[in-house]
Design a binder for this molecule. Structure first.
Ligand code: MG
Length: 253
């Protein structure tokens, strides 16, 4: 199923499931317990929000060989991980803000894993059981600050630097070689295949949960394929993973 989080009026934020005629609202959350209501809201009467509110986003560096090469970096022999703050997350149609601190903000289209239950020291063979589903993500990066600082907290951590959505697909199998595409103003910038990852989702879950506990709703951003490039005021950023839908975000100063 496709799980979304929606606002259908100012005070009414709820999880829902996508159905042909609209979004069926649920009581509770998919991370604890939930049940469908009788209410189905037409798509045009809802606003989609980020489909999860993570306590943290753990992101993976250089997880596609061709992207490592374009940055003159080597493919690591174990995953490189860093954290994007929960406050960087925005949802579909929300605006990516270019901060005045940076002169080079770039897109990184990424497949996002959404964790479904408390995960600590998870073996590779059990990893799939901890996944609620997958969604589309962006690891927006102030490249100049990433280089200048020598570590990545500022360059990766600005508010709005982690668009997620539109939905969490629970039936997605990343082994199937789905395309991951990033377009800026209709120009294709990135066009990769998620199965080209150096470390696949199960290995990443095992590695990350060997370091830190992942909580329900937490996200692993799995790295970006080649083709990263700049974003500017007025751009329209579109990120799409086959089977997961289209995440569309305007860019503004
Ligand atoms: Mg990235």
């Amino acid at each position: 199923m496709k799980i979304v989080r929606t606002r259908s009026s100012a005070d009414d934020i709820t999880y829902g499931g996508v159905e042909p005629e609209g979004i069926r609202l649920y009581r509770g959350t998919p991370f604890v317990a939930w049940e469908p209501t009788e209410v189905v809201v037409p798509f045009e009467e809802t606003q989609l929000l980020s489909p999860t509110i993570p306590t943290k986003v753990v992101a993976i560096g250089r997880n596609y060989a061709a992207h490592a090469a374009e940055r003159d970096a080597v493919v690591p022999d174990e995953p490189i991980i860093f954290i994007k703050p929960s406050t960087s997350v925005i949802g579909p149609a929300a605006t990516v803000r270019i901060p005045p601190h940076s002169r080079r903000v770039e897109h990184e289209a990424e497949l996002a894993i959404v964790i479904g239950r408390v995960a600590r020291n998870v073996p590779v063979e059990d990893a799939a059981g901890y996944v609620l589903g997958y969604t589309v993500g962006q690891d927006i990066t102030a490249r100049d600050l990433q280089h200048r600082d020598g570590q990545w907290t500022r360059g990766k951590g600005f508010d709005t630097f982690c668009p997620l959505g539109p939905a969490i697909e629970t039936e997605f199998d990343p082994q199937e070689g789905q395309r991951i595409v990033c377009r800026v103003n209709d120009e294709v910038r990135q066009d990769g295949v998620v199965s080209d990852m150096v470390f696949g989702p199960a290995e990443l879950i095992a590695f990350v949960t060997g370091v830190m506990t992942l909580l329900p709703g937490d996200v692993i951003l799995t790295g970006t394929p080649e083709g990263i490039g700049p974003l500017q005021d007025g751009d329209l950023l579109e990120t799409e993973v086959e089977g997961l839908g289209l995440l569309r975000n305007p860019v503004s100063e």
